[in-house]
Ligand binder design. Sequence first.
Ligand SMILES: Nc1ncnc2c1ncn2[C@@H]1O[C@H](COP(=O)(O)OP(=O)(O)OP(=O)(O)O)[C@@H](O)[C@H]1O
Ligand SMILES: [Mg+2]
Length: 257
Amino acid sequence: MLKIDALKAGYGPLTILHSLSLHVASREAVAVVGPNGAGKTTLVKALCGLVPVVGGRLAKDGLDLTQASPQARPSCGIAVVLENRHLFGELNVHENLLLAERHGRRTRAEHHRFGMDEVVALFPILGEKWHQRVQLLSGGQQQMVAVARALLLQPDLLIMDEPSTGLAPKVFKDIQVVFEKLRERRVALLLIEQNVRIAAAIADRAYVMSMGRVVDELDGADWKSAAQSDRMVRAYLGHSNSSDPTFDGYQVSKFTN
Ligand SMILES: Nc1ncnc2c1ncn2[C@@H]1O[C@H](COP(=O)(O)OP(=O)(O)OP(=O)(O)O)[C@@H](O)[C@H]1O
Ligand SMILES: [Mg+2]
């Protein structure tokens, strides 16, 4: 479904992604994990067309998207929830969702579309805040609007950049219902997540990124126990002996003993 081959991308003269390759098969949930600055968000931006690709190839269902505009994504079945959500703050919840509904991909199986009623049932708080301007919502509520909006684009691949960031565990739990829904609807997921424990609970397998490259791939039992893995500690901490609070709140000693 999604195929990235030897992708090279960055900001002006600064190359951040170096020959990065990965793929997501249809209906698969795949995580990309890695420490701060690994290039995860840059990868998402390259996938969205917000960062120019200077080498390699990016394709969805065989269609070459390497140089396609950001606007080309929804019609290809790709929806993205970016790190800073990119909502229309001046518009209310309903208006934000309506825009997505109107621009949603035309799917053949009409009854498989995500409807407005359904996304409100997923996130009931949105119904309560229906006429509230989005900029006045809490971070968690804005994240729900961003996810609901992405679903209304009728994707068969959803890409999410760190959906757990800044959210209390309770609020993130409210958002997690969407992962079950994606499986039910056979929507593939590319989940960018710094928290390995969260990612392992959601995704079938994972790529580990460091310094703009994929440095490891995990699946099966290796991936499900990744939060205890030496491979993961090396990817996150390199050869440093200092503890890294971003690594799921664990102390390094727990892994190196
Ligand atoms: N607009 C930009 N211009 C120049 N360099 C940038 C820009 N955005 C990010 N970078 C650099 O690209 C590198 C990768 O950043 P990126 O945001 O992709 O990392 P990340 O893996 O998403 O990190 P985090 O876990 O903190 O979100 C960093 O060194 C960063 O300084
Ligand atoms: Mg990031």
